[in-house]
Design a protein around this ligand. Structure first.
Ligand SMILES: [Zn+2]
Length: 731
């Protein structure tokens, strides 16, 4: 590196540095490398951009003078650890995949750096010099200080003395203040510890993973029913990856923050050390600490949400995507990506192994397993003695509850039996709040969000009407805002809060709790509620999808699905698949240990293929039917989809731009473009929305098509164009 300085005789010969900036620009910008700066790829630099100075990362260095813009010099090389080549390559790959600016994924990759480093802490330590005189208060302080190093105020509090006593001892020379750096590394996993005992099926899958980990890129689908013990299996792959290479790093992705605590505890138990945690609930200084430990290799295991995929791993050897079918892996705003698909790409770039785990794999992953792209590891048995729950359908056309009630007679009877036996019930309804719609009995007016095409949802706990799309909320008025009638607003339909109210009136002596994002705000709260449930201190838990995933409740023997048809009404491509996955997971919560469980599904469409497959517990039949439907229509995984969403405040301007964009559609074989059409959600935060849908054959380079198309019709300033490759939302 040092020899570059003497490269040329003439000081005029210098290098051009292409700098990737964490802002939405179409490409890296060229700058001149000042003499003597000796940049390397991945270095962080400060560069001028218009009137600003911003941080960027060196993507490429080349000799020459002509750049893609008039060359300004790089101002400074920053003292942060360089971004590894694999991370840079991944950032560029992700941008191309999403048909977006590379600065978008770069900004995610640099997120940990934006946070302040935790500052060194001032603590009080004993000097070894005896105090000139001793008092009972001084003795107490000395006693506490001998035990632990605390900041002065905390020390005084702990010793129950005034701050003056501590200060007196410092002045006296018996104590002194020292600055200590917050710990920056993570405890090394102990690879001598043994995992839990595996059954035959788990042992076979673990052996297959151990055989391939650390030997370049490979992908595996770990496919096993709820309770079959997938975590134990991938923990063995993690152990093998870490043992094969002392520098190897492992990333475990989870779809929900609520799941991280349970998984972290499992890792702590298996390796005697807690892994690093990465998600939106982690404080900025901690995030900085994780980022620095990952880039320097001082952290070997990260458990996190989808954005952990962009961490600057030095030597990534294994990526696990747990609950890989989960729709929360799709990031829907800002930089739009599907973390499961990017995890496979990142593993390929890093020459690592990727393991996708699920009880109800996505059709995409099943297709890749069937065609041999992924190794298919099936876990057959339930772990231990637990048996699968018995699933039955309640035909709501015959068992309709009375007006304003949502729990049918058969379900209430089952709840009563369960409660009498001292066992637990989970009532599942994927709908937050009290009622999804509030309308006026006098004039029929529906309460809607002021700037968005969506109904306001009533929340009884807060007494507010809330828009779940924008977060807008208002106090529930006592008069209809339309006709002025007093006390005329009525709540229509059930949310979890309303089901809880009904359960309370039916079982006044039962202990009842609600698990939704309105009652559980963070990982700590989720952990507390899950522990209370696991300890048997809740009789009936009413929950949204947050509780359908991954938790073990040994005393849970009944799952009641309040509205099994809810997911089927969306009318999008994956509605059936998603409903099947969610309900199968919810049903799978029951009877995971010695007690047999049952699941009751309330449905108005008992003949629907999804309901029949659930009743028969016949996943294969459901998948076969769904696959056939997708293949006939050329939909994913047999074809590819992308959506274009155009939004703007002015209907006429938006309309005109959409016509221009439609006329600019490139001609391409194997590609169909539908639209523009008004989006089902036609108004959002005051902006009108229109959509195009692109369907392409599998072999088409959809990204190239989309990029070419967009380049042919630049939108006016007021119109925003968003490309969503492989859309999950069709709103
Ligand atoms: Zn009214």
């Amino acid at each position: 590196m040092g020899s570059n300085r003497w490269r040329g005789a003439s000081p005029a010969v210098s290098r051009i540095a292409s700098i990737l900036l964490p802002v939405p620009l179409p490409e890296a910008f060229d700058y001149a490398e000042p003499e003597g700066m000796e940049l390397a790829v991945g270095d962080h630099v400060a560069v001028p951009l218009g009137p600003r100075v911003i941080r960027g990362v060196v993507e490429r260095l080349r000799e020459g003078t002509g750049g893609n813009r008039p060359l300004k010099p790089v101002l400074e090389r920053l003292d942060d650890p360089a971004l590894p080549e694999g991370t840079l390559a991944f950032v560029n790959w992700a941008a191309r995949y999403a048909v977006d600016a590379p600065g978008q994924p770069l900004a995610i990759a640099l997120r940990g750096l934006r946070a302040q480093r935790a500052r060194p802490e001032k603590v009080v330590v004993i000097t070894g010099q005896a105090p000139t005189h001793m008092t009972p208060a001084r003795a107490k302080v000395m006693e506490v200080a001998a035990r632990t190093k605390l900041p002065p105020a905390t020390l005084a509090g702990e010793a129950q003395v005034s701050a003056g006593v501590v200060k007196g001892l410092i002045d006296d020379g018996a104590l002194e203040i020292r600055l200590i750096e917050p710990q920056s590394g993570f405890a090394e996993p102990d690879l001598s510890l043994k995992g839990r005992k595996l059954n035959a099926s788990q042992a076979a899958a673990a052996a297959a993973l151990k055989e391939t980990v650390g030997k370049g890129f490979s992908a595996a689908l770990l496919d096993g029913v709820t309770g079959s013990g997938k975590t134990e299996v991938y923990l063995e792959a993690v152990a093998a990856a870490l043992a094969a290479d002392p520098e190897a790093q492992v990333l475990v992705l989870l779809p929900e923050i609520a799941l991280t605590q349970a998984v972290i505890s499992r890792f702590a138990e298996r390796f005697g050390a807690e892994p690093a945690e990465w998600h939106s609930g982690v404080t900025p200084p901690r995030r900085r600490r994780v980022w620095e430990a990952v880039v320097s290799g001082r952290c070997r295991i990260v458990v996190g949400a989808r954005s952990a995929l962009f961490l600057p791993f030095r030597k990534l050897s294994l990526v696990v995507v747990d609950e890989e079918h989960d729709a929360s892996y799709k990031q829907e705003d800002g930089f739009i990506y599907q973390a499961r698909d990017l995890a496979v790409a990142r593993a390929k770039i890093e020459d690592a192994m990727v393991v996708l785990a699920s009880a109800t794999p996505s059709l995409e992953s099943l297709y890749n397993a069937e065609t041999g792209r992924y190794r298919w590891l099936k876990l057959a048995d339930r772990h231990g003695d637990a048996v699968l729950p018995d699933v039955s359908l309640i035909d709501m056309r015959e068992s309709q509850p009375e007006h304003g009630r949502w729990l049918s007679k058969p379900l209430v009877e089952a709840m009563a039996e369960t409660f009498t036996r001292g066992e637990q019930t989970l009532l599942f309804l994927n709908r937050r709040g009290y009622a999804p719609l509030v309308l006026c009995r006098a004039c029929g007016e529906r309460m809607t969000s002021p700037d968005t095409d969506s109904w306001l949802v009533e929340h009884r706990y807060t007494g507010r009407l809330v828009c779940h799309l924008t977060g807008f909320s208002m106090l529930k008025p006592d008069r209809c805002p339309h006709c002025g009638a007093k006390d005329s607003l009525v709540s229509i339909g059930p949310g979890v809060e309303r089901v809880e109210e009904e359960a309370r009136s039916l079982f006044p002596e039962a202990r009842i709790a609600v698990f939704s994002s309105d009652t559980v705000f963070d990982a700590e709260g989720a952990k507390a509620l899950i522990e209370t449930m696991a300890a048997g201190e809740i009789d009936i838990l009413v929950a949204t999808q947050a509780a359908a995933k991954g938790h073990n409740f040994p005393n849970l023997t009944l799952v009641g699905v309040v509205d099994a048809d809810l997911g089927l009404r969306g009318g999008d491509l994956r509605a059936g698949e998603r409903t099947f996955q969610l309900l199968a997971q919810a049903a799978g919560r029951a009877g995971r240990h010695e007690r047999p469980g049952r699941a009751l599904l309330q449905t108005y469409a008992p003949d629907h293929p999804v309901m029949q497959a659930l009743k028969a517990q016949d996943r294969d039949a459901f998948i076969a039917a769904e696959m056939e439907m997708r293949e006939v229509s050329g939909l994913p995984p047999f074809g590819r989809l992308a959506a274009v969403i155009c939004t703007g405040p002015d209907a006429a301007v938006l309309e005109a731009y959409c016509r221009t964009l439609a006329a600019a559609t490139p001609n391409a074989e194997g590609v169909e473009v539908f639209g523009p059409a008004d989006a089902p959600l036609a108004l959002m935060r005051g902006r009108r929305r229109k959509r195009f849908l692109v369907r392409a054959n599998r072999e088409v380079d959809l990204q190239a098509f989309m990029a070419a198309w967009r380049a042919r019709a630049r939108p006016p300033g007021s119109v925003r164009v968003t490309i969503d490759v492989d859309p999950y939302s069709f709103l």
